[in-house]
Design a protein around this ligand. Structure first.
Ligand code: ARG
Length: 408
């Protein structure tokens, strides 16, 4: 009888390479490795070769760049997706997509199980497991690193014993990469007080003193052109990654709350995500009312939390998308950014849906704003504060008169 088959999400990195061997040795599975291209721009032939060398019976490659950009990155731009106001969710967005491909390939190959290389300490295990179960609760989920409580040091040792080739970078950091950003964990980054060394970064350059402008044009909340050129979303993100990254934009360094309760020091480089979301937020401020903006901030925050915490398949997320999409009908226009030495500033914006009215805002004689109507408005606006302070004051002087004897 032949072995059961397992589909392993395979990146070519340390964790997933070690998993191939564990799945064979411990679980007696025939391993099929699956690499999903979410724009990580890696040498996919080398990854396939590595998987075959370690011993998979088959390797599958899926180009999911378009799907990732259209169905994951674009909704995240519309909802200004930033976890804890800092992290553009790059890894969090890719996991449910990869999980859906795992399930699809498990069905295609009559595999009884799927596997991933996540540790039990992170968020990725949640994103994979929850999505896989939502799509097919009958598939077994195997997570060798988590199940055996492996540490990176043990994995490196095992890899050496088993002749599994390991890159220099893997020895230093744990990296996850896609077109929306790159996460760098481990190594000296775990010391919260030490500055990440320049060699931790791939896209962001720190030695460029020049400044430059970047123009972004949005239609219905989606970036469609940059610097006057119309581009599809993938080319646009790559263009902005290169340009903004070359000017030092897009480094995020913060303390992050993982779902499992751990506080971790996270370092990211995400030039395009940082620049595009900053521009998108600015444009929204011009075209949405104050009421829409206030409510949308709450919705955006909730959307980001659902995605971060692995609940991509939660119906609330698609319910929120409907509200977000409705607001985006007005988010069309241009934003001009100025970038220099890692700082990014928005220096201009325009839209045919702009609610900015020169004749209302101007301090010149052109103003059509009737200042006399402000007087009554301001009085009513503060009415309850006036009354509350008056009552408080009266009660305090009554207390003094009573010598503090009054019990209320
Ligand atoms: N902290 C980020 C997140 O939860 C990044 C995870 C990156 N994963 C990795 N294997 N380095 O999305």
């Amino acid at each position: 009888m032949s072995n059961e088959k397992v589909i392993l999400a395979y990146s070519g990195g340390l964790d997933t390479s070690v998993c191939i061997r564990y799945l064979q040795l411990l679980h007696k599975f025939d391993v099929i490795s699956l690499t999903v291209d979410c724009g990580q721009n890696e040498d996919f032939n080398a990854i396939e070769e590595k998987a075959l060398t370690i011993g998979v019976i088959k390797h599958i490659f899926v180009d999911a760049k378009e799907e990732f950009a259209n169905n994951y990155i674009i909704p995240s731009i519309k909802s200004n997706g930033m976890y804890e106001e800092k992290y553009p969710l790059a890894t969090a967005l890719a996991r449910p997509l990869i999980a859906s491909k795992m399930v699809e390939e498990a069905h295609n190959h009559s595999a009884t199980a799927v596997a991933h290389g996540c540790t039990g300490k992170g968020n990725d295990q949640i994103r994979f497991d929850v999505t896989i179960r939502a799509l097919d609760p009958n598939l077994k989920i195997i997570s060798p690193i988590r199940d055996m409580n492996l540490t990176r040091d043990l994995e490196l040792k095992f890899a050496q014993e088993q002749n599994i080739p390991i890159s220099l970078e893997a020895k230093k950091y744990s990296v996850d990469l896609n077109i929306w950003g790159r996460a760098i964990e481990g190594g000296n980054i775990e010391d919260t007080y030490s500055e990440p060394p320049a060699d931790a970064f791939q896209f962001v350059k720190f030695d460029n003193d020049s400044s430059d402008y970047l123009e972004l044009e949005f239609e219905n909340g989606i970036p469609v052109a940059t610097d006057g050129q119309r581009m599809n979303i993938i080319s646009l993100v790559r263009y902005v990654n290169d340009k903004a990254g070359s000017l030092g934009i897009g480094v995020v360094d913060h303390i992050e709350d993982r779902v499992v309760g751990i506080k971790s020091r996270e370092v990211y480089e995400a030039p395009a995500a940082v620049a595009i979301i900053e521009a998108h937020k600015d444009l929204e401020k011009m075209v949405l009312t104050a009421h829409e903006l206030r409510f949308k901030r709450v919705v955006d925050e909730q959307w980001g939390w659902l995605v971060y915490s692995g609940l991509w398949k939660e119906p609330l997320r698609s319910d929120l998308d409907k509200f977000i999409d409705a607001t985006q009908k007005k988010v069309s226009g241009k934003v001009k950014l100025k970038m220099q030495k890692g700082s990014l500033r928005i220096v201009g914006r325009e839209s045919r849906h702009s609610l900015y009215r020169d004749q209302l805002a101007t301090y010149t004689a052109k103003s059509t704003f009737d200042q006399s109507s402000a007087k009554g408005f301001v009085e009513l606006w503060g009415l309850q504060s006036t009354v509350a302070n008056m009552i408080d004051k009266a009660n305090r002087s009554q207390d003094i008169e009573d010598g503090g004897a009054t019990v209320r």
